[in-house]
Design a binder for this molecule. Structure first.
Ligand SMILES: [Zn+2]
Ligand SMILES: [Zn+2]
Length: 364
């Protein structure tokens, strides 16, 4: 039996379908029949060749959901329960984090572990089915697996997707307290989930800067109190809006989820003295920002935090959030359209042109 997968041969080269042999399963592994994967902003960056360390050709698709088709031996989910064939499973895309290096043990920054690999991004297709744009995914021993909560539709999980998991991490870094006013820059998949989670974390006002119009409508549906179209509202007007909404003080916390060097310059003028700024959207190098550290950081006593990747705990807590809130927070609406494996070049073009917040992939 062969397995069909969509392979990205190299940057800027069309994705093509290839057949793979069914893998020999090691003890402790699972062969997942893919229900859904996704096309996210990172996939577009990978296609553009803008992410370092990508071992092309790859099978893209880093966050996915499926059904356990074959389970070899005693495989346990992160909560300790035994995984059985037929279970609806999700898994944490980051694997092989070593647990022994300086990043893992001394500085406690495991998302910077050099051994770390990511399904769909840093796993070569030559090594097998390590991506979600495929009829099946090989979950090697040691991958963090969880059963999808019964009440959560797989379409909802994948529509939240990597953006939701990243947003959980960003909200941790933002350390929002009850009553905060939060600015979210960017209304892509990460920004949309940050909006919803900022509300859950206690923010009493969320301001979203973004575009285009359909994403702003989603931003409002996700819980933003004020949405500002950055294509129609120039920076001085945006500053005036924040000024008026905060009594001239500026926001308590801002979260950058736009991937723009200009966004960073702007936010530093919109955060109050002693406030906090989390930068989560610069997954690729968007170039330098021009800032005045005296006026914008030092004198303001500002705290700036980066947010790189995510850890198993963010993935597990994202599942809890979906289980509790999926009926009231419209994550499902983020996954606007579903593509077949044969349609992925169109999906990448649509994602690149920002014609939809997130493209879903249904390999079967
Ligand atoms: Zn992603
Ligand atoms: Zn390590």
């Amino acid at each position: 039996m062969s397995i069909l997968a969509a392979v990205m041969p190299a940057p800027r080269v069309p994705v093509e379908l290839r057949e793979f042999a069914e893998p020999a399963l090691e003890p402790g592994s699972v062969l997942l029949r893919t229900l859904y994967s996704e096309v996210c902003g990172t996939d577009v960056h990978v296609w553009h060749g803008r992410l370092s360390g990508v071992p092309y050709p790859i099978i893209p698709g880093h966050v996915s959901v499926g059904v356990a088709d074959q389970v070899r031996g005693d495989v346990r989910g992160v909560d300790g329960t035994r995984v059985a064939e037929g279970d609806r499973l999700v898994f944490f895309d980051v694997h092989r984090t070593c647990g022994r290096c300086r990043a893992c043990t001394v500085t406690r920054t495991p998302t910077r572990c050099a051994a770390r690999r990511v399904y769909g991004i840093t796993d070569p297709a030559a090594e097998g089915l390590f991506g979600g744009w495929s009829e099946a995914i090989y979950l090697e021993p040691g991958v963090a697996i969880a059963t999808l909560p019964d009440s959560v539709p797989p379409e909802t999980y994948i529509s939240g997707g990597c953006g939701l998991i990243t947003a959980v991490h960003a909200i941790d870094r933002a350390a929002i307290v009850l009553g905060d006013t939060v600015l979210v820059q960017g209304t892509g998949a990460v920004g949309l989930s940050v909006i919803a989670l900022a509300r859950l974390a206690g923010a009493t006002r969320v301001i979203a800067f973004g575009a285009p119009a359909d994403r702003l409508a989603l931003a409002a549906a996700m819980g933003a109190d004020t949405v500002v179209d950055i294509e129609r509202t120039p920076p001085p007007e945006r500053m005036q809006i924040v000024h008026d909404l905060t009594g001239g003080a500026g926001v308590d916390v801002a979260v950058e989820a736009a991937g723009s060097a200009r966004a960073v310059e702007e936010a530093l003028d919109l955060i109050r003295d002693g406030g906090r700024y989390v930068i989560a959207g610069h997954y690729t190098d968007a170039g330098p920002s021009a800032i005045n550290v005296h006026q914008q950081i030092n004198r303001k006593h500002l705290e700036i935090r980066g947010c790189w990747g995510s850890e198993v705990g963010h993935f597990v807590r994202a599942l809890r959030l979906l289980e509790r809130h999926h009926a009231t927070i419209p994550w499902r609406a983020i996954g606007a359209r579903t593509y077949q494996l044969s349609e992925l070049n169109q999906a990448l073009a649509d994602a690149e042109a920002m014609r939809l917040p997130k493209a879903l992939v249904a390999p079967h």
